[in-house]
Design a protein around this ligand. Structure first.
Ligand SMILES: Cc1ncc(COP(=O)(O)O)c(C=O)c1O
Length: 463
């Protein structure tokens, strides 16, 4: 690339930037040929990158808020986005970059797609950064609508209802039964900007037919955004099923030790969208990172990026083991007389089981050599006979399982969504989202499942 009329120094920096970008692209291409675990361990932090960082085998934490530049032209080229650089941590940061690159590769793993990622300071920031750019004024004067699976995390429900619908006048159309593709299709029209759903959903573990809903979105010329926090790329890779954008609360299973809050927007190259500039469609995550995130400022701390990289390396093995524990615990709960109903897509009795069995596969299979293995994650929910008083008694009696508004953690955690994560959306909002008062959400951690079952059995005996 040459810059017309540019000083020689600037052109030289741009050329240097092209070399750096080409070297990174070579490393990405090399890593695409590796297995999931290898990508999770190394990302694009190559042996050469290590040598450029004093030989540090672990990605260094660049805690400095800003980058020093060699000269004014270097500064100008970097801040003009003419060459890869980081400049200022609100815009970019080397440690954060390594995390973004790893997440982009893992999300695209085995899907035949190429993806890029932008990480954010929380999962909610990721949801907002994925949705907001698609709601920009298109000059038509027409009120924009979005079609959203109502069975979603309480914070997401509030973001759509309070921030987008009430404050910004967006027409938010709720899909009450996300598994029903006909319901999605009925709500889409020429004003629709995007379709949004969780797979599986928090807290009711509702399942989304991603290929079916993606086809509806694409027929309408708009993208499908999938929140795959509960599954993680180890178990579900929505881009390979037709989704355009994936969002994660990285705060959960990806960083299971619980040392940081974060989010991620991961998008395939060339998303379907009716509005917005071509650059946005071409590389949505990069667009979000370089422009909306620069202006809104939900940047991730590099320290948190390092904490997350540390956990991410072992994601596949953890999701495998915890899914197996969770299936065992779900079966135990299903057979317990104090339990009305268990919501877990791994159970044959679950309404979403067939679609989950079609789409949720452990990356590289049970043996790591590709023998196909369904895994359904560590999150489940169950209703307790006797209404909310009984559910509260069970929650209060737990001794090993922690009472907290959290999930995907190394420690097992339970909550009653109606009084915690989904309290603020009110009775009416919980009715739309199908969250009964006596529902307990359970995230199974790394403890031996027999001990988790014993804790639940003791608590359920007091229901
Ligand atoms: C499915 C889902 N999406 C998004 C979020 C928001 O993530 P964060 O808490 O990191 O902002 C959560 C949080 O629980 C979640 O469960």
């Amino acid at each position: 690339m040459t810059i017309q009329g540019a000083p020689e120094g600037l052109t030289a920096w741009v050329a240097r930037g092209e070399e750096v970008a080409a070297a990174e692209e070579r490393e990405r291409a090399r890593m695409r040929g590796m297995r999931f675990d290898t990508i999770a361990v190394h990302g694009i932090y190559s042996a050469e990158a290590a040598l450029e960082n004093q030989g540090s085998i672990i990605e260094p934490a660049y805690l400095s808020p800003a980058q020093h530049f060699a000269d004014s032209e270097h500064l100008e080229a970097a801040l003009g986005y003419l060459m890869p650089a980081w400049g200022y941590t609100r815009i970019a940061n080397p440690t954060v970059h390594y995390l973004e690159e790893t997440l982009g590769l893992l999300e695209a793993y085995g899907t035949g797609t190429v993806a890029s990622a932008a990480v954010t300071a929380s999962g909610m920031a990721a949801v907002d950064m994925a949705v907001s750019p698609l709601l920009a004024d298109d000059g038509s004067g027409r009120r924009a609508s979005v079609v959203v699976g109502a069975r979603c995390y309480g914070g997401t429900f509030q973001l759509f209802r309070e921030r987008y619908a009430r404050e910004r006048g967006i027409d938010v159309r709720w899909v009450r039964e996300p598994l029903d593709t006909a319901e999605w299709a009925r709500l889409v029209d020429g004003s629709t900007r995007l379709l949004y759903g969780e797979m599986p959903s928090n807290p009711s573990l509702s399942v989304l037919d991603i290929p079916g809903v993606a086809a509806i979105a694409h027929d309408a010329g708009v993208p499908l955004i999938v929140d795959a926090t509960v599954a993680t790329p180890a178990l579900l890779r929505p881009l390979g099923l037709g989704a355009d954008i994936v969002v994660h609360s990285v705060s959960k299973s990806i960083s299971a030790s619980g040392l940081a809050i974060a989010g991620a927007v991961v998008a395939r190259r060339g998303i379907v969208a009716r509005t917005g500039p071509d650059e946005m469609r071409e590389d949505f995550a990069l667009h979000v990172k370089l422009l909306p995130m620069r202006d809104h400022g939900p940047a991730l701390s590099p320290f948190n990026a390092l904490m997350i990289l540390t956990d991410l390396r072992t994601l596949r093995g953890r999701m495998d083991a915890w899914s197996r524990s969770a299936l065992r615990v779900a079966r135990f709960l299903e057979g317990h007389p104090a339990v009305e109903r268990v919501l877990y897509p791994g159970l044959a009795s679950d309404a979403g089981h067939a679609v989950a069995a079609r789409d949720m596969w452990l990356a590289d299979g049970a043996d790591g050599e590709g023998e196909p293995a369904n895994r359904y994650g560590h999150l489940m929910a169950f209703t307790v006979r006797g209404g909310q008083p009984a559910a509260r008694r069970v929650l209060d009696e737990l001794r090993l399982v922690r009472r907290a508004t959290d999930l995907g953690r190394v420690k097992s955690i339970a909550t009653i969504p109606a009084i915690s994560t989904h309290q603020q959306q009110g009775e009416e909002g919980r009715t739309i989202a199908e969250i009964p008062a006596n529902l307990i959400r359970l995230s199974v951690g790394a403890e031996h499942p027999a001990d988790v079952e014993a804790d639940l059995a003791a608590a359920l005996s007091r229901a």
